[in-house]
Ligand binder design. Structure first.
Ligand SMILES: Cc1cc2nc3c(=O)[nH]c(=O)nc-3n(C[C@H](O)[C@H](O)[C@H](O)COP(=O)(O)O)c2cc1C
Ligand code: SF4
Ligand code: SF4
Length: 247
């Protein structure tokens, strides 16, 4: 059976993982809750967003512990600029001793929107093309086409620097009076960075910058810095309650 391991905060990667599973079969596992090494599966797939021209912290931490005897196929997605993230992941996974069959990447709606707004038509255009993009990738996977990324320049230094500063994002969040104390942000956070203390939401220092709390708060009560932006994003083609679940 295939194991489809995914990280997702706003549903783009979950959407792709579900589409992949429809066509290749297998089980879907949410990486932050997965403490295995993939050895229970025949073949491994990784579906992940690109973060800072690299990968989310949970993906970075997962790769070294995966079973080296399994083959791994990766599908990345990004909002605008990938800048060698496919080769960076390939090189890192290979250094971890993994046998990587291919790394595919495709564009999806941008969710790193703390300080700017992506025009609706731009988001919709990416969503409209998403079915074809993921299906083309799945067909290539099924045909066994080689998708090992060519050696190219990466932004590894920048990625590692940004990754080491992601915890600061949590310090920039605050909660407005619109908070209903529903507790959803506490449960969606992949790094246990949010808790209720004396009836108030508090952010600690373990943020991995996924922005899940920011986008998925039902009251849009989580704001960043001095911004009071109202736009939030969740992929409309997934059941939002399934983000972060094993399926
Ligand atoms: C911390 C962070 C860093 C990101 N860095 C990049 C990036 O370097 N390049 C890019 O094109 N998109 C970047 N994005 C956007 C995401 O890759 C993109 O929106 C992705 O589809 C989100 O997937 P998800 O909905 O499964 O969480 C970033 C998003 C976050 C939260
Ligand atoms: S998800 Fe939003 S409304 Fe719910 S507790 Fe968190 S900040 Fe408050
Ligand atoms: S605090 Fe928010 S942005 Fe940071 S890791 Fe938790 S859910 Fe993600």
């Amino acid at each position: 059976m295939n194991g489809i391991l995914y990280f997702s905060s706003t549903g783009n990667s979950l959407y792709m993982a579900q589409r992949l599973r429809e066509q290749v079969g297998g089980e879907i596992r949410y990486i932050p809750k997965y403490d295995g090494d993939g050895s229970e599966f025949d073949e491994l797939f990784l579906v992940t967003p690109i973060y800072s021209y690299g990968m989310p912290a949970h993906v970075y931490d997962l790769l070294p512990r995966l079973d080296k005897s399994k083959t791994l196929t990766v599908i990345q997605n990004y909002g605008g600029m990938a800048c060698g993230a496919d080769y960076l992941l390939y090189r890192y996974a290979t250094k971890c001793g993994l046998s990587v069959k291919g790394v595919y990447k495709m564009k999806m709606p941008e969710n790193f929107t703390l300080t700017f707004t992506v025009p609706k038509f731009y988001l919709n255009a990416a969503l409209k093309k998403a079915d074809k993009r993921i299906d083309d990738i799945i067909q290539k996977i099924k045909r066994g086409e080689s998708a090992v990324p060519k050696e190219r320049k990466t932004r590894e230094e920048k990625y590692l620097k940004n990754k080491s500063n992601w915890h600061l994002i949590g310090r920039g969040f605050s909660v407005t009076d619109d908070c209903t104390q529903c507790g959803k942000c506490v449960s969606v956070c992949p790094s246990d960075n949010i808790e209720f203390t004396n009836g108030k939401i508090v952010f600690h220092d373990k943020c991995v910058a996924c922005l899940g709390c920011y986008h998925r708060c039902p009251s849009k009560a989580i704001v960043y810095g001095k911004k009071r932006k109202k736009d939030r994003y969740v992929n409309p083609n997934v059941d939002e309650s399934q983000i972060g679940k094993d399926i």
